[in-house]
Ligand binder design. Structure first.
Ligand code: HEM
Length: 218
């Protein structure tokens, strides 16, 4: 009987992690092309309010979504022992939170400059909820998995909840970012063309990044 060799890509395998890195990096590059080539760049202190706004999508996609995704798959991708992986996971998530807060500060500053009212869209409601839940999840994770007051048996019970909530908050962040892209597309009055393609491709890559991250961690 002929021996048929097949290449199998397992869920949770290094292949899905590699795909996640790849789609994440492409999404970040596309975001850079969008804000620098089409929208005049990023500057939190600029007199041009659009450049202040641009800080928001850039930090939310590069600093928040990409870094959270990398933090989620750290247990599969970082060649270290459990404590080393846990340290990377916690530090990456903390960095993502800090950058996320700066990214949200940027859009509040933009609204202030452009005299636009705050929190009037579903995107902004979901966005604030996501960043608050993310902060709470980090604090709760720190108390549960770093402080010696939590016993091993309690940690084992909390771990699956922590992981499940982590994935849910990541999905919320992805939905919020996709909504933000669609919103800006419409606000900019685009009806096609290269800039529209760049925005759509960014959103598509974020979607593929999310799928690869989730397949890696399940
Ligand atoms: C997880 C990622 C994101 C979070 C948590 C988030 C969060 C927020 C929040 C809280 C606001 C409200 C600010 C205010 O009312 O003053 C906002 C506004 C805005 N964001 Fe995002 N955002 C994210 C990603 C993005 C992305 C990728 C874009 C793409 C361009 C974007 C576009 C916008 C726009 C156009 C506004 C102003 C209009 C509005 O309030 O909805 N956001 N965002």
């Amino acid at each position: 009987m002929a021996l048929i060799q097949t290449t199998r890509i397992r869920v949770g395998s290094p292949a899905t992690a590699v795909a996640a890195h790849l789609f994440g990096v492409i999404a970040v590059i596309l975001m850079l092309v969008w804000v620098f080539h089409y929208r005049g760049g990023i500057d939190l202190d600029s007199q041009d309010s659009e450049r202040v706004f641009n800080v928001h999508p850039f930090l939310m996609i590069f600093g928040f979504i990409f870094v959270i995704g990398e933090a989620l798959i750290a247990y599969k991708t970082i060649p270290a022992d459990h404590v080393g992986q846990k340290t990377c996971h916690s530090i990456l998530n903390l960095i993502a939170f800090i950058i996320g807060v700066i990214g949200i500060y940027a859009v509040f500053k933009y609204h202030d400059r452009a005299q636009i009212s705050d929190m009037y869209t579903l995107h902004s409601w979901l966005g604030i909820t996501t960043i608050c839940l993310f902060g709470l999840q980090w604090v709760f994770g720190f108390l549960s998995f770093w402080l010696p007051v939590t016993r091993g048996s309690a940690r084992a019970r909390i771990a699956p909840w922590h992981a499940s909530f982590g994935v849910c908050i990541f999905v919320m962040a992805i939905c919020t970012a996709e909504m933000g892209l669609a919103e800006k597309f419409i606000f900019s009055g685009l009806t096609g063309g290269n800039q529209a393609n760049v925005i759509n491709a960014t959103g598509y890559m974020i979607f593929l990044f999310a799928v690869s991250v989730i397949l890696t961690v399940v």
